[in-house]
Design a protein around this ligand. Sequence first.
Ligand code: HEC
Length: 419
Amino acid sequence: MKRVLVLAAMTLGACEAPSEPRDAGADAPFASTTYYGEVRPILATHCEGCHVEGGIAPIPLDSYAAALPLAGRIAEVTRARTMPPFLADNEGGCNTYRDARWLSETEIATLESWARGGALEGDPGTPPPEPRELPHLHGDVRTLDIGVAYTPSTERPDDYRCFLVEPPATEDLYYVTGFDVHPGNARIAHHVIVFHPANDEAIAEARALEAMDETPGYECFGAAGVRAAAVAAWAPGGGATFFPDGTGVQLRGGRPLIVQMHYNTLASDGAPDRTRVDLEVATAGVSPGRFLPLADLALTLPARMEEVGWETTLRVADYTMVRTPFRVRGVFPHMHTLGRSLEIEVERADGSRSCLVDVPRWDFDWQMLYFYEGEGIEVRPDEPITIRCTYDTRTRDMETRWGEGTQDEMCVAGLFVTL
Ligand code: HEC
């Protein structure tokens, strides 16, 4: 294992996206862009999954009256690509992703020209855009139920809770081919991660944590608090997620799962939550996929640095039983709140590099699984894979180390692979 602590700002050549012309569509006369004409269809497709009354976003954007005072801000956040939330760069320099929440340059330019042209209304008689059909699960769907109506503590803005739930299958082995989450209280359910405990010991530890905690479930921040692998990650606004065609994550039947809830209580109406997680399950006819971890537990970050990097190079053959080439189909990147960027690349025998993921602006609040469009990327188990993370540690007085706590950090990814 090779590891490097990088103190200076890094130049990240291989994963940089090609710079596209920034003004595509900008010559259109501003005054011709109207809410009902061009803007409403963009907001309906890309924003209203969250920006509706009762949704996770604090402000609705589903009417002219609601969008008008925010026209300038909408143009800014879409240009900065902080909205819609999608952390992996989807420009094409380092892959493109399935179901990417990604605005085209033209759409961004349209929102800008609307703002600059005075955020005109246009014709309210324009027929509304077709409602967006959200993907949904089919076949054998099994439900994980956290079992209680939980009211998060509003003393803190964020409450992270883990719930041990009944096994969804009794078969020896089964595959999760897709998942969907139905929040009990959509105002506060910010993200959900489902974990598969590594063994009986991990299950016993999770039970003990639950028993010790006075409120339902147990507190957990960076992961499940016990040895467990993430199998599903959900953020609001999208409908069902499917593993790439014909693949599924292989799990052991009879084993309870752990559902981690991240509640953001800023918009809480005080109502409890009982979130339901649906798993689409199959027991045969699936091409087995699994998550290979890329992690370096030695991570140590000096305090008070505006930008500090950590980089590790690993070979899958060195720490797994995988001996044959595998195909990376997707990535689950993960850091905590100091994280700023994350990149992964593979070094090929001929010296060339393949970029697996480029997350230029990490945001702990938006943890998602990113599946590639297309067939994925073949990697040999002896090829060096480098994961690079950067952090801003200015808020810390002491060294920050690897760990699951709120004061700890991580630089880790799960590669979703098929063998
Ligand atoms: C997946 C859910 C989701 C989607 C989709 C989404 N937003 Fe947001 N948006 C949020 C949340 C949640 C916040 C509150 C701040 C935060 O948590 O980042 C927010 C905040 C904002 C803000 C206020 C932020 C600020 O700093 O002023 C604006 C403006 C905004 N979104 C615009 C948009 C636009 C425009 C779109 C579509 C192009 C969009 N959002 C799509 C969830 C979403």
